[in-house]
Design a protein around this ligand. Structure first.
Ligand code: SF4
Length: 349
């Protein structure tokens, strides 16, 4: 594996330090960032306002390409299969809307949390991604779409709060006014419910969106669907969420995938309303994406409507998501899985 650090994972202050160590003024770091993020330079030789010696040092000491396109698939949203420097692959999803592009980023290769309905979880954990690999996914998506992303959601493969430091470093680069300039409120971190990391995130003083995958309102069912619940049961998770809302004054979004006959009954809607009712929050009801290893079916439209109506009656702010993009989390990992089992790039390269 190429051991040179990724240029897109370098903070502005780290680059300033690197420039200073070469006797270059600190403003050179700002120039480098401008080339990387405003002008999307693919190598240092394009950075024509830098001294030739500095360009040569950048090319020699940093890697400019974190990811390469290994495959793509169109299924409502557009999925890219991106190959990393160690030849592992991750999925990045482009979700176009009328006036903006949302990019769904992976934070780990595989995932250790084994949610029953998730292809990534079934494949097991391989490694954490570096910050530069996550920023690289956003840049690759922007280049594939020919547009600058308006929103970034950490809802792809992996549990972002299990790779806390690298995810936060990537978010700072995405959000910085000299970086990719994506507003903090347009960046969403989605977690399966790592209560201690939610408490830590609350103290960061960031205005990012937090989304928590719930999928059940009682511990027995949630532990069955999401083994992480055995470590951080609902009482602990709700306490962490309440603290997050109190400290950040932000609304939390709870994701609830509706599974026919499993978690979509009237009693379960009422239990959900009781659980989250005291919190400043909203609920997204998501149709289940078919995953080979999980036998459950998505709820029918009438059951979904009834579930939403019951929540609404309890004054819960509820949205029913359509499948495009919204089921990305559960469906994530399937393109990579097909790629791994075929032992070759997926179709559509
Ligand atoms: S839903 Fe998220 S946390 Fe759960 S296994 Fe899939 S990627 Fe991991």
């Amino acid at each position: 594996m190429n051991r040179r650090p990724l240029i897109h994972g370098q903070s502005l202050s780290a680059l300033s330090g690197w420039c200073g160590a070469r006797g270059e003024p600190a403003f050179r770091a700002g120039q480098i960032w401008q080339w990387l993020y405003q002008r999307r330079a693919a190598c240092a030789s394009a950075m024509t306002n830098l001294p030739a010696s500095l360009r040569a040092a950048l090319d020699a000491e940093f890697e400019f390409q974190a990811v390469t396109l290994a495959g793509a698939e169109e299924a409502g949203a557009r999925k890219l299969l991106l190959r990393l420097r160690d030849a592992s692959c991750v999925e990045t999803v482009l979700i176009p809307a009328r006036d903006h592009l949302t990019v769904c980023v992976s934070s780990q290769v595989g995932c250790a949390f084994a949610c029953a309905f998730c292809a990534s979880g079934q494949a097991g954990f391989d490694r954490n991604l570096e910050a530069g690999e996550m920023v690289g996914q956003v840049l690759a998506a922007a280049s594939a779409a020919g547009a600058s992303p308006g929103n970034v959601v950490f809802m792809g493969m992996g549990e972002p709060l299990d790779n806390y430091d690298a995810v936060l470093a990537a978010i700072r680069i995405l959000n910085d006014k000299d970086g990719l300039r994506i507003g903090a409120r347009r960046i969403t971190v989605s977690t399966c419910g790592l209560a201690p990391a939610i408490r830590r995130l609350a103290d960061e003083g960031m205005q990012i969106e937090l989304s928590v995958s719930l999928h059940a309102a009682d511990d027995a069912l949630r532990s069955r669907l999401m083994p992480v619940n055995r470590r951080f049961p609902l009482a602990d998770l709700m306490d962490a969420c309440a603290g997050y809302i109190r400290k950040t004054d932000r609304i939390i979004t709870f994701e609830y995938t509706l599974i026919q006959g499993v978690n979509d009954g009237a009693d379960q809607a009422r239990a959900l309303a009781r659980l989250i009712g005291p919190l400043k929050c909203r609920v997204n009801l998501i149709p289940l994406s078919a995953v080979e290893e999980f036998e459950g079916q998505s709820s029918t439209e009438p059951r979904t409507r009834d579930f939403a109506r019951l929540l609404d009656r309890e004054r819960i702010n509820v949205t029913v998501r359509q499948s495009k993009g919204a089921g990305v989390r559960a469906a994530c990992g399937q393109l990579r899985k097909r790629h791994l089992s075929a032992g070759r790039p997926a179709a559509g390269v």
